[in-house]
Design a protein around this ligand. Structure first.
Ligand code: ATP
Length: 630
């Protein structure tokens, strides 16, 4: 009956809340490292006691404090689960030593286990419990009396204390308010969409690509509207599920009737949506094209922020963070969800929301990403400066976005090859209007604050050259796709990479691919010069976590310090400071002309999907938010 295996719980339950499937995370409390339960209903919170808990126990007297068993337990309406070990939340606040003492006392008093029969490793809570239970279970198998079923000890509804009832009622109130809010938002979003469908003229992007970075205007408009409508429908579906989940909970009768009322509203809205969608499609067919609706670039600052969350790989599936993209966000919002438990063990979901110019989830393709940045590239051909930089912690997918994977195909190649091809195509198109272009490319890296030429046969020769003008580096005449491929191969070969704890192929430098276009119109004599910087920043990393030593530690320090100078400079720009010190690091010095003036700058913040990277994720998102408001 008892398992001698270390009882590490691996599965977890899914719990529907709102529009998203919520994975219950094991909170910080030591108990929950070992317990896998659904907590969304207070009555199913496992409070269990030992079957022979002696009255004269030296423990604190809380009978619900601990359970050591391997019995099945069926919370109301849910599938059977095994509980191995839990304690009341009050133990949360005790130190490891106290916790160890407490456990030992309880187990000894229950099974008359001698002192030396319990293995203890006080600094690791889960290990303490494992050791204790192993011993405990081997003794318990000889006893005739089985453990009582856990369900027997669940607090019956009538025995709930007044404060517990109060908590339950409050929770229900909150959930009810949430439903109301969700539905209102959905219906509002729906109204906006319908309005948007009717009012928005179609846009000819090629006619005015200065509308850069407004993805509503970049993407095919019709496709966008259809996708948008689908999003709203998804949202309504989620709300419906939310209502059903609420009904299945043991909520009071009033609430159920309210939910029914909302469900009826939803049915109506869904019908309206379908009809309005059909109407709008017919209406759209009759519309003729008007000039662009607005120039987003004029309304907002020159620095825009996109956010991309990379997909997890198979080995990371146990460590996924709860990152959400609500359906009503129009692809601009990202939320970091976390679960907090109060003293009574009641869980509360908290969200940290961020809004950017565009948010790409893990399923976004390289093509989709590029479609959204293409207008910047196009504007460079027309004589503007552009700068796209990938920012984010190590192993968040920056190099993947900028260059693509190690062996790229036409489908997953990164932004750099796509940008060069677009430039070639656009330059060819302009030939008919008398334009002739010279295209130059440079690929450099900033390694330990020094500039190195990635196209040189021996890039290490360039170490030690600080604040050089970039014109001293090797410039390649980008005249064909073959030259471009050579450039990319040389850069990949020469770039400083190393295997770190987080990434076996971690970039240890900031790389900058510069394309300079000089155009002359042979008919009108007009000249244009535009420069595009495509920057793959090295990933920030926590020195304590990365475990870097020697050269890698030095590299990490340079990386972190240059990124910190970048933050300071951007903050200075945001606050319109009189003096911004660009010369603090080579990176900021090189980006000087790209960050100020009228250059079009896009910061692409990259996010790891992992829970263990939550702190870095928050820090990256906080910085991106700062830039977004610049
Ligand atoms: N969108 C994506 N789709 C598929 N795989 C991805 C994606 N983004 C990243 N990866 C994979 O994740 C791993 C880490 O990505 P990458 O090397 O680009 O991270 P990075 O942020 O550049 O890291 P570092 O700063 O350490 O160089 C790589 O194996 C990469 O192929």
């Amino acid at each position: 009956m008892y398992s001698n295996k270390p009882f590490k719980v691996t599965s977890s339950n899914a719990n529907k809340v709102g529009s998203t499937t919520r994975k219950i995370r094991k909170p910080q409390a030591p108990s929950s490292k070992l317990l896998d339960l659904e907590y969304n209903d207070y009555s199913s919170f496992a409070k269990v006691k030992l079957s022979k808990f002696p009255e004269n126990s030296t423990s604190t007297g809380n009978e619900m404090k601990e359970v050591c068993c391997d019995v099945s337990f069926t919370p109301k309406g849910r599938k059977t689960q095994s509980i191995y070990h839990t304690r009341t939340p009050s133990l949360k606040r005790k130190s490891d030593e106290l916790l160890a003492d407490e456990l030992h006392r309880n187990i000894r008093s229950f099974g008359n286990i001698p002192n030396d029969g319990i293995t203890s490793v006080p600094s690791k809570r889960s290990t303490i419990c494992t050791g204790s239970l192993k011993n405990f279970s081997s003794l318990r198998t000889n006893q005739s009396e089985p453990l009582e079923p856990v369900t027997k000890h669940l607090p019956p509804k009538s025995k709930l204390t007044s404060s517990e009832v109060e908590v339950m009622n409050l929770r229900n109130e909150i959930l009810r308010a949430k439903i109301e809010l969700y539905i209102k938002e959905q219906i509002e979003a729906l109204n906006n969409t319908m309005q948007f469908q009717d009012d928005t003229p179609e846009v000819d992007y090629k006619a005015d690509h200065n509308q850069f970075m407004d993805y509503e205007e970049i993407n095919d408009h019709t496709a966008y509207k259809d996708a948008h409508m689908a999003e709203i429908k998804d949202g309504l579906m989620s709300i419906r599920q939310y209502c059903e989940a609420m009904q299945s909970m043991n909520a009071n009768a009033n609430l159920n009737s309210d939910v029914n009322h909302y469900k009826n509203d939803l049915d109506l809205s869904t019908n309206n949506i379908s009809q309005s969608h059909k109407k709008s499609i017919n209406h759209r067919k009759l519309k003729k094209r008007d000039p662009p609706r607005r120039n987003l670039n004029d309304q907002k600052g020159n620095i825009k922020v996109f956010c991309r969350v990379r997909p997890p790989v198979l080995s990371e599936c146990e460590d996924i963070a709860d990152i959400r993209f609500p359906p009503y966000s129009y692809g601009k919002k990202i939320s970091l969800a976390s679960i907090k438990r109060n003293y009574w063990g009641v869980e509360r979901e908290t969200f940290k929301d961020y809004k950017f110019d565009k948010v790409f989830g893990p399923s976004a393709t390289q093509k989709e990403i590029y479609t959204n940045v293409a207008p910047i590239v196009q504007s460079v051909v027309d004589g503007f400066n552009g700068c796209i930089f990938a920012y984010g912690q190590t192993c968040s997918g920056k190099t993947y976005t900028m260059q693509g994977p190690e062996d790229p195909t036409i489908y997953n190649e990164g932004m750099i090859p796509r940008a060069v091809r677009q430039i070639f195509d656009h330059v060819n198109e302009l030939k008919a209007q008398g334009w002739e272009y010279e295209i130059e490319g440079q690929f450099i890296e900033i390694y330990n604050d020094n500039i190195r030429d990635l196209l040189s046969d021996d890039p290490s020769n360039n170490r030690g050259l600080k604040f050089r003008t970039i014109h001293d580096e090797q410039t390649v005449n980008l005249d064909s796709v073959a030259t471009l491929n050579w450039v990319l191969q040389m850069a990949a070969k020469n770039r400083a990479v190393a295997s770190t704890k987080s990434n076996p192929n971690s970039s240890r430098s900031h790389s900058i691919f510069m394309i300079r276009l000089m155009g002359t119109n042979t008919i009108t004599g007009e000249h244009r010069i535009g420069t595009l910087n495509l920057i793959d920043l090295a990933g920030s990393e926590r020195l304590s976590k990365s475990g870097s030593q020697g050269d890698q530690l030095q590299e990490a320090r340079y990386i972190n310090s240059s990124l910190s100078h970048l933050k300071t400079v951007i903050q200075g720009i945001k606050e319109k400071s009189d003096h911004i010190n660009f010369r603090n690091s080579t990176l900021t010095w090189l980006l000087k002309n790209s960050l100020r003036g009228n250059a079009k700058v896009l910061m692409f913040v990259h996010i790891s999907p992992l829970e263990s990277a939550r702190a870095e994720t928050e820090s990256s998102l906080d910085f991106a938010r700062l830039v977004n408001s610049a």
